[in-house]
Design a protein around this ligand. Sequence first.
Ligand code: PXP
Length: 240
Amino acid sequence: MKTRLSVNVNKIATLRNARGGNIPNLYQFVKDIQNFGIHGVTVHPRPDERHITLKDTYEISKIVKTNYNIEGYPDERFIKIISEIKPEQATLVPDTHDVITSDQGWDTVKSKSLLRDVIKNLKSFGTKVSVFINPELEFVEGAFDCGADRIELYTGDYSSEYLTDKSNSIKKYVNASLKGKKLGMDVNAGHDLNLENLKYFKSQIPFLFEVSIGHALISDSIYYGIENTIKKYLSNLNYE
Ligand code: PXP
């Protein structure tokens, strides 16, 4: 099974915003990485616009010819964005406004009624809805009960444990993925995936639907260049 590589371009916007001008050119970057073979573009338009702005979110929708994935906490602003852009995928994250990055998934049991309503609404726009969760069976079942099409497993814990105990680090992810697949949901993964840990993750969960990668991939491109970096990530996902 082919696993989609969706590149999170938040960091390019962070770099651009540091000087207030248009270097690097985020939109050109989005066009180029799609020509270099990626399968999707991810943005997380946070309300404080510290990286991707609302304008970016709409402008990028005009140039994405692969799969557009918009992440965010499902408040009114986010729902309006999805209703207007109708991206291929919306990924729901439980972040409060002040977190540096999404560092945990939903408790899909406690947040069931919120998620159920939001997912129904977002699906009515023709968008596939993915729910970001930690790899716990109850959260996989909870996501399914809420009507999610997909789950995205938070891989921050995998990435840290991988360094000391590779075979143990993957166990929960394999079990959660198998459960998700059995229930009929696609299984995505993201956070802290990199050139060191991605290949093993893919080898243990070959039916993975999509990985969403930003920080490490953009950082690697400083050394390898973006085209070569994308080739390396694709190779780790078993593309020729
Ligand atoms: N998935 C989600 C839900 C995220 O919030 C992020 C970070 O924005 C990622 C994946 C990508 O994580 P990283 O930047 O560590 O590759």
